[in-house]
Design a binder for this molecule. Structure first.
Ligand SMILES: C[S@@+](CC[C@H](N)C(=O)[O-])C[C@H]1O[C@@H](n2cnc3c(N)ncnc32)[C@H](O)[C@@H]1O
Length: 309
């Protein structure tokens, strides 16, 4: 299957990064290299783009697509490893890049490739691992206890029927494991039914995907690394696709802006922590109607940007 992904908020993200000829940039979610190719083109031969993805299919594709620019290196790694990867390439671990971009979530290729098990409309084995290593959705659905499963579905999927779904999964898996996406979808459909608020399995699938890939833990860790990796006046741009991710990005940028940890009732700051960054986007940038019509998968996207002091 050909690797297809239409980059969301492309123009807005390129503008936000304030790209400079000869600059050094880091793309932690290179995917099909839609954004990365534009960065590589803009920074010229003297520039450097370090890119990575956790998915071997994305790494293979983006290496091919970026090779013509002669200024890019692509690694198969988790973006929580960005300091190590940049250290290997640049010989420095801190203050060494002009911009970091994270375009979170899954690519269209991952969703549309039935074998990967991300889609609730295509039948396949229950997988959902972006890296293709480690525990899969099958392990969570067939091994976790009822309360742990319900907690994942409630918290990461914001699914009000989490308890009932977890109970039904645990009941059904007794008679042979739940091996396929469609078997899981059928169980969820029987519990939730069609209520006009999107596909009944959407929230549970989102929850399982986030849990399998440890998406929230990874994002937290990556943002802590990203701010240290930036040069002064360097920028971080993050595109998120659901409220849990956006909340982490928003809180992290706020913490960098106002780092004071003194209790609220202290009349003056005694912790003396200094701001690390200023906010560039007070409100997140969202796709235009034209973009949403052309690419409905962009509709929940939010871009937040900050600049290192
Ligand atoms: C929305 S796509 C990126 C699309 C890309 N910006 C483009 O323009 O083609 C998200 C990508 O991030 C990757 N990804 C998600 N979590 C990751 C992580 N922790 N480390 C590295 N890559 C990750 C996924 O495998 C996927 O390829």
């Amino acid at each position: 299957m050909e690797f297809f992904h239409k980059t969301v908020l492309l123009k807005e993200t390129l503008l936000a990064l304030n790209l400079k000829q000869g600059g050094v940039y880091f793309d932690g979610t290179v995917g099909g290299a839609g954004l990365a190719c534009k960065i590589a083109e803009s920074i010229g031969k003297e520039g450097k783009l370090i890119a990575l993805d956790i998915d071997p299919d994305a790494v293979r594709t983006s290496r091919k697509r970026l090779s013509k620019f002669g200024n890019s290196e692509v690694f198969e790694a988790n973006f929580t490893e960005m300091s190590n990867v940049c250290g290997q390439v640049l010989g420095k671990f801190l203050g060494c890049v002009d911009g970091v971009v994270l375009d979170l979530g899954v690519s269209s290729y991952q969703i549309d490739n039935a074998e990967r098990g991300f889609s609730y409309t295509k039948d396949s084995k229950l997988d959902m691992r972006m890296s293709q290593y480690g525990k899969s959705a099958w392990d969570l659905v067939n091994i976790l206890g009822k309360f742990e499963l319900a907690n994942i579905i409630r918290v990461l999927g914001e699914e009000p029927f989490a308890n009932a779904i977890a109970k039904a999964i645990c009941r059904e898996r007794v008679s042979g494991g739940i091996d396929s996406t469609i078997r899981l979808v059928n169980i969820i459909e029987r519990v939730v039914g069609y209520r006009g608020g999107g596909h009944p399995a959407k929230k549970t699938f989102q929850a399982l995907r986030i849990a399998v890939n440890r998406e929230l833990e990874n994002l937290n860790k990556a943002l802590d690394e990203a701010i240290e990796l930036l040069k002064p006046a360097g920028r971080i741009a993050v595109i998120s696709f659901h409220s849990l991710e956006d909340r982490i990005v928003k809180q992290k940028i706020r913490q960098w802006n106002i780092p004071c940890t003194c209790p609220q009732n202290f009349p003056i700051c005694v912790c003396k922590k200094k701001s690390k960054a200023i906010t560039i986007t007070k409100k997140p940038i969202t796709p235009s109607w034209e973009e949403i019509i052309e690419n409905p998968r962009s509709r929940s996207a939010k871009l937040r940007v900050c600049e290192k002091i």
